[in-house]
Design a protein around this ligand. Sequence first.
Ligand code: CS2
Length: 494
Amino acid sequence: MTSHEPNRLTQASLHNLATGIARPQYDRNEVSTGIVHLGIGAFHRAHQAVYTDSILAGGDHSWGILGVSLRSADTRDALAPQDGLYIVATRDGGGDSFRVIGSIGKVLVAPEDPEAVLAAMTDPDVRIVSLTVTEKGYCYSPASASLDESHPDIVHDLANPAVPRSAIGFIVEALARRRADGTAPFTLLSCDNLPSNGETLKRVVIRFAELRDPGLGEFIGANVAFPSTMVDRIVPATTDADRDAVTNSTGLRDAWPIMTEPFTQWVVEDHFPSGRPAWEKVGVTFVDNVDVFELMKLRLLNGSHSTLAYLGYLAGHETVSDVMKAEGFSTFIEAMMDEEITPTLPPLPGFDLEAYKAELRQRFRNPALRHRTWQIAMDGSQKLPQRLLNTIRKRLEAKQPFDRLALGVAGWMRYATGVDENGDAIDVRDPLASVFKERTAGKASASELLDAYLGLQQIFGDDLPNDDQFRSVVGMALEQLLREGAARVVVART
Ligand code: CS2
């Protein structure tokens, strides 16, 4: 379905690309599919697909990616007329650079044809199924990270295993079919921001499989590898202005280019019994255990990001770089990293944590990215436990202060009421948004709101709502936020 628009990016129009822009230096017709990726959003296209493009360029053509959208047709509709090609624009204050990526062949839209997705996943040449389905795509309860058996998609997929809706349903059905066909299982590669993401995926997949058939659960436990990974690259949503800028600079129109930063990191546990690309040749770090890296990234980067997003949004700032420029925020976040988060991290011998943190703050300041606070604020119910609450648990255990982390949590509570500091509506995007609305309706005081939120066991667990210190420190922060507004509280607390 190549496009016939005059200057649209396609395989045939690549010769019109402005000179000096990197493009696939391999014959894409020779590439076979070795990876099925579930959740083909902007992050995957800025990260794993770029590393894999370098693998293909290095001459190993057996690792092409077939992308699957579990919900919307948008990505397929943008990429199909472009023969799967798209442009990654890397931006910092010093200007943009561009690269055309060719590692994604076909994109399937699961709800249109679940059988086509299962056929791809049962192809013996496919040896890896990777995922970026975001936290909520795991259909689990965020506090316990175990399968939410009452999740509507899980209920549906247990009743209709051959026409699944969820990533978990697709994975288990594909593994069951491979087992029946005598095809070796694929390796499952979670690339979402969850602690021990491979372990988490394994737990959820095995539980779902057991509910279908205990023997299948046992088979998966014994035969399928779930290496954990730490992924990192900041990827703001693409805007129409970005599309125009990319067209102007490259000479070709890409319906959905990807905007990102120069920084990229991928740390992966080396456990791929069915084989893997030699990603170590293109910048990926392989380790025995990724947990320490993942905790560091989730708590320092994502914990700070969410805190800046909630407090920054409330203070009226549109992007993370705007927040970093506003009075007090940069000092606040530096102190939060150094005094409250760093002491909770397991040691990482030989790793320069100070340089890592300084670089993080520099990345947040990137003026060219325009990463919206609203974008990061999405799905707070799914993000809070691993980004802020587990860190607070560590501080409580060590009997150490956590006032800044608590302000981040209170910022989320304030944000999730759905009304900003001017009395205007906030478009709260979260699987629990309607629950927040119901619970907080008619409640104005900090203590009423605190009670309403802490009743959400799936976020706060059983421990935090019963911890007097947690209640009082978060309650005080919320009280202060309601009274003084985020901008003043941040300055007061630096
Ligand atoms: C962000 C992440 O949107 C968010 O929640 O915190 O997407 C963040 O940009 C990435 O994890 C960076 O690797």
